[in-house]
Design a protein around this ligand. Structure first.
Ligand code: FES
Length: 243
């Protein structure tokens, strides 16, 4: 987490080492703060007076920018979660992990095929998997990450893409993997290969591309671009969704 420390309105009160009703103690990067008990970790960090300038994006559990590790009193386990969707608990000790360092591989999809050779070529580290399941236990999205890594080792690209579909690429699985695999990147490669080679033909998609190219939606785009945030949000949540 990268933050700028601002005002801490509750701090003087908190120093008295007592917890008020509806408040809990949390330890943010080792320092105790008293925060509302129903706050998410992200809200708690801000309530404690930090301005989050890294490690936050969508604030709704989609972008994966806010990976967090924490421990709870009397529990040996190192827990993981997304700061924007995980609620604080009494005695929680936490640190945000804004990114997990990795070498970003550059590859040409036109020179790859959706098979095991692509995995061998781009992410050979995948084959170090010992099937311990740590990645699956770590995933804040509760995805069976190990299953898709095993599918990648078999060259079953469609299954990798299917299981990894909801991955938000927070990188927490890679952080904890004893074999040091970068699981989320393997998932992204499989999704790209699937999009390039394995996707089913879609008449609806073809029709929509024609409509976009004919500038059918330009007027609507222009309206959206000048819309106030609240109105934009209302429109977004009222949109038609496929079942
Ligand atoms: S800020 Fe996007 S997932 Fe938390």
């Amino acid at each position: 987490m990268e933050t700028q420390t601002g005002n801490k309105p509750h701090e003087e009160e908190g120093k008295r080492q007592r917890v008020q009703a509806n408040m809990v103690n949390v330890y943010i990067m080792g320092k105790r703060h008293v925060v509302p008990e129903h706050a998410t970790i992200m809200r708690a960090i801000e309530y404690a007076g930090h301005q989050i300038i890294r490690g936050a994006g969508c604030r709704e559990g989609f972008c994966g920018a806010c990976g967090t590790i924490y421990r709870l009193p009397g529990d040996y386990k190192l827990h993981t979660g997304l700061a924007c969707t995980t609620l604080v608990k009494e005695g929680m000790s936490l640190t945000q992990i804004p990114s997990v360092p990795m070498e970003k591989r550059v590859y040409d999809l036109e020179k790859l095929r959706p098979n095991v050779a692509a995995i061998q070529q781009v992410y050979p580290v995948t084959f170090r998997c010992v099937a311990c399941g740590t990645c699956s236990k770590t995933c804040p999205q509760k995805l069976p990450v190990m299953d898709y890594i095993q599918a990648a080792m078999r060259g079953d690209i469609a299954t990798v893409a299917d299981i990894a579909f909801d991955c938000v690429a927070c990188g927490l699985c890679a952080l904890r993997c004893p074999a040091e695999i970068i699981q989320h990147e393997v998932g992204i490669l499989a999704k790209r290969l699937t999009g390039r080679y394995l996707r089913k033909e879609s008449k609806e998609l073809d029709d929509r591309i024609v409509e976009v190219r004919s500038r059918k939606f330009d007027a609507e785009y222009a309206e959206l671009m000048v819309m106030e945030g609240a109105a934009l949000s209302k429109l977004y949540y009222a949109r038609d969704m496929e079942p």
